[in-house]
Design a protein around this ligand. Structure first.
Ligand SMILES: *Cc1c(COP(=O)(O)O)cnc(C)c1O
Length: 342
């Protein structure tokens, strides 16, 4: 079977540096809010061409803390409307509703899977770079928060961006991790405090905070892997372009390339998606569906009674093929000659 995403093979390529980095932290005796996190934050901010990076515990927290900090700054208030693409991963929506904000589900553009035009009345936009493709939004005066959980490697354009280092993401830790990236110093200072029980100064708590910190081991691991992120994303792009050039099955709609794309996932569309998935599995190609049930049809949001036919159609048609930086030439060729795709 060609595995969808063999994380052991991806991470083996970083040995022995990964083990050395972990061992360095173990020996240091300092496991949270230390040098590794500080260094990773400045390296990742520079990589993103942004002023600040704040490490947090995961991608959902990165998003949640951005909204919470904008509320503390008075830029958002309870009930404010936030535009969000309806076909996103449910974490994007949870970050909005957990802050008592109102999600305005918008249908994506079918060709890019992203938001494009914004016409609805709202205070903020949560743009999602779904599958690794950066959304190309017209600049307006709404707050622009960018969900970059799937697009590590792309320069964020929003007022604040949230990253996830969940192991399967383009820049994956060996556990959970996340970060907020922004040029807004005040916002980042509040987010840093919020993630540490609302405290800026030891034993003084200014806000009703959270515990959300990137730990030293994950930061040390991410520093090793960050050095090769551009190279790894380039490899993903090469494979994606080969798939696009060589997959010829007329029943398949291929994703569109873009210069701002890091191919977190290679997502095709097919009206007979379930049959195609079954045949691919039988012929030794593991695939996945991102995502089979959109957020508005999940229990926490069902009562909103949203009608989103494009999002529902996409959920029934999308299928993700294996695509990652550790794929062998043989695996790529076996996928390309598979009779379901060729
Ligand atoms: C993974 C993901 C998140 C959440 O990140 P975690 O680190 O798993 O909390 C949020 N939004 C999108 C689009 C994601 O893919």
């Amino acid at each position: 079977m060609i595995p969808f995403l063999p994380l052991n093979r991806i991470n083996e390529r970083f040995e022995p540096e990964l083990s050395e980095a972990i061992s360095r932290v173990v020996k240091s005796g300092w496991y949270l809010r230390g040098q590794e996190t500080e260094k990773f934050e400045s390296e990742f901010a520079a990589f993103c061409e942004a002023k600040n990076c704040v490490g947090v515990a995961n991608g959902l927290d990165a998003l949640t803390l951005i909204f919470a900090a904008y509320k503390i700054l008075g830029k958002l208030s309870d009930g404010d409307r936030v535009i969000v693409p309806a076909n996103t991963y449910i974490a994007s929506i949870m970050a909005i509703t957990k802050n008592n904000l109102t999600p305005v589900f918008v249908e994506p553009n079918e060709d890019t899977f992203n938001l494009d035009a914004i016409s609805k009345d709202a205070k903020a936009i949560l743009s999602v770079n779904l599958y690794g493709r950066q959304a190309n939004l017209p600049k307006n005066d709404l707050l622009l928060i960018e969900d970059c959980a799937q697009s590590a490697g792309i320069k964020p354009k929003g007022d604040a961006a949230a990253f996830s280092f969940y192991p399967s993401k383009n820049l994956g830790a060996l556990g959970d991790g996340g970060a907020v990236v922004s040029n807004n110093d005040e916002l980042c200072e509040i987010i840093r405090a919020l993630g540490n029980y609302g405290s800026k100064k030891k034993y003084i708590n200014d806000y009703l905070g959270f515990n959300s910190r990137l730990d030293e081991i994950q930061a040390a691991v991410l520093r090793v892997k960050l050095k090769r992120l551009n190279e790894d994303n380039k490899k993903r792009n090469e494979i994606a372009l080969r798939y696009i050039a060589e997959i010829k099955n007329p029943n398949i709609i291929l994703p569109k390339p873009s210069s701002e794309h890091v191919w977190h996932l290679f997502v095709i569309r097919c009206k007979q998606r379930d049959a195609l998935q079954k045949r691919l599995t039988e012929s030794g190609v593991e695939t996945m569906i991102h995502y089979p049930i959109p957020p508005h049809l999940q229990k926490p949001y069902k009562h909103l009674n949203c009608e989103l036919p494009i999002t529902e159609m996409l959920a029934n048609e999308v299928l993700s093929l294996p695509l990652h930086q550790a794929m062998s030439e043989e695996e790529i060729e076996r996928i390309l000659i598979n009779p379901c795709l060729a």
